[in-house]
Design a protein around this ligand. Structure first.
Ligand SMILES: Cc1cc2nc3c(=O)[nH]c(=O)nc-3n(C[C@H](O)[C@H](O)[C@H](O)COP(=O)(O)OP(=O)(O)OC[C@H]3O[C@@H](n4cnc5c(N)ncnc54)[C@H](O)[C@@H]3O)c2cc1C
Length: 437
């Protein structure tokens, strides 16, 4: 019997295998896909992501942070593209120095696979798709190119992503219940290639085209291209399906994203051939039975608008490690503690990610938003460590997500009180002046 089976050799699964191997555990990672280090990427499927402090902190613990950052591109702020008028750069931090990092998802997965493979106690089994799991006994059945394969494990982790088969099996056996809230929006990727061998847009920024009901973002890649992601409604006049001919695509972009067509010669081809991905929030409970545990997107997939899904999945691994330390390696207690200590935080980031969609598509271009950010950065400079914006706490710290929400509420409460106090003092002062006249 295998001691630990990790189902899903994506981002969380590989990091988990590395961490468990560091603790001397024997681990087998089962991955549905062929070895991605020998194949080609799937067309139009999120090729880069923003990695920030929580993810980096987890990678640091297994000595991989620097290797991963070598190919990362720091993005120090948002670059807003209005329909007309100049671009507007909004730094993420008060000092303008802190950056989130654009990382190739495939390269990150490959670094983690290499690291897991180097551990003498980790085995990787590709082309193993989990199809059955008995949560009581830890019996597993995989479909492989050579037919069905049976295995058994003392502890099973489901790190098989938002559409988790492990979660499906926990639900089928009555252990777990789940809700999947799909957003009424999908995403499609487009590419902006290098221009004259260089980046066609500013590479030190995350680019946003906020358009009210919809938006597009672009992140730089090490090959000097940009990957753009359109987040559009699934129905209505600005839905993907509403643009059914090349001419309609060209007309629409010329009207709503006029700076894009000159930079994206493959726009129509990308648009017509790249798939539309689903977006949604997964909630389920419990995440664990005595010996099976969900982790990462399998337990709590979120919408991507805070750039935190992978960061949160990596942070899960750090939290699990702490739970194992605190329970002396007692798996049943550790899995329970993991869920108890992590659930509120994953619910908090799920809420913040949904709220950030509205901010990104509707608010970032408004003068009121810009003024608010300016005020926040001024307060951060005046009250260092005492006033910290939500974005900073989420992206540049490891303060638990639920504590971030509480702290931001407290800060807003104090600011409102200070605002009321200031208004009252001003009103009193004015009345006094009038009385003296
Ligand atoms: C458009 C978009 C943009 C995003 N941008 C960001 C971002 O900027 N920053 C960020 O932090 N996050 C981002 N995310 C979220 C991030 O991609 C996920 O949160 C992260 O990949 C979760 O990691 P995971 O290991 O839990 O799941 P996955 O990365 O989905 O890995 C799951 C693995 O399990 C395998 N698998 C699936 N089913 C089976 C099976 N039955 N048997 C065996 N193996 C199986 C899969 O092949 C895969 O390798 C984004 C997501 C999307 C959709």
């Amino acid at each position: 019997m295998t001691r630990i089976a990790v189902v899903g050799g994506g981002l969380a699964g590989c990091l988990l295998a590395c961490v468990l191997a560091q603790r001397g555990e024997e681990v087998v990672v089962y991955e549905r896909r062929p070895d991605p280090r020998t194949g080609t990427a799937e067309r139009g499927r999120s090729i880069n992501l923003a990695l920030s402090e929580r993810g980096l902190n987890a990678l640091r613990r297994v000595g991989l942070e620097q290797q991963v950052l070598t190919d990362g591109l720091p993005m120090r702020g948002r670059m807003i593209h209005p329909v007309t008028g100049p671009l507007d750069f909004q730094p993420y931090s008060a000092d303008g120095e802190r950056a989130i990092n654009s990382i190739s998802r495939g390269a990150l997965n490959n670094v983690l696979l290499d690291a897991a493979e180097k551990s003498p106690t980790v085995q990787l089994r590709f082309e193993h798709r989990l199809v059955e799991l008995d949560p009581e006994t830890g019996a597993l059945v995989f479909e492989t190119p050579r037919g069905r394969v049976h295995a058994e494990a003392g502890v099973v982790f489901g790190t098989d992503g938002a559409g988790s088969a492990v979660r499906g099996e926990l639900v089928r056996h009555g252990v777990t219940s789940e809700t999947l809230d799909f957003l009424d929006y999908g995403y499609k990727e487009l590419s902006i290639p290098p221009r004259d061998g260089d980046f066609a847009l500013e590479p030190r920024a995350l680019h946003i085209w906020p358009r009210g009901r919809s938006m597009m973002i672009a992140l730089p890649n090490p090959d000097r291209s940009f990957t753009c992601t359109l987040f559009w409604p699934n129905s209505g006049t600005s839905a993907f399906a509403s643009l059914s001919s090349p001419a309609a695509v060209e007309r629409f972009f010329a009207e709503h994203y006029p700076d894009v067509p000159p930079l994206a010669p493959g726009l129509v081809d990308d648009y017509q051939h790249n798939p539309v991905g689903l977006l949604g929030t997964v909630r389920c409970a419990p995440w664990h039975s005595g010996r099976v545990c969900l982790l990462g997107d399998a337990a709590h997939a979120i919408v991507p608008f805070y750039g935190q899904g992978a960061n949160c999945a990596f942070e899960d691994v750090t939290v699990l490690e702490r739970c194992l330390d605190n329970t002396g390696g007692d798996w049943t207690r550790a899995l329970r503690l993991f869920e108890d200590s992590r659930r509120d935080d994953t619910e908090a980031i799920a809420r913040m990610a949904l709220a950030n969609f509205i901010e990104m598509r509707d608010k970032v271009a408004s003068p009121a938003f810009r003024l608010g950010r300016h005020l926040e950065h001024t307060l951060e400079r005046l009250l260092p460590g005492r006033y910290v914006s939500r974005y900073e706490l989420v992206s540049f710290s490891t303060v638990p997500y639920a504590e971030v929400q509480r702290r931001v509420r407290r800060q807003h409460g104090l600011l409102t009180a200070a605002g009321i106090g200031l208004s009252a003092a001003l009103a009193g002062g004015l009345a006094g002046l009038r009385g003296r006249r």
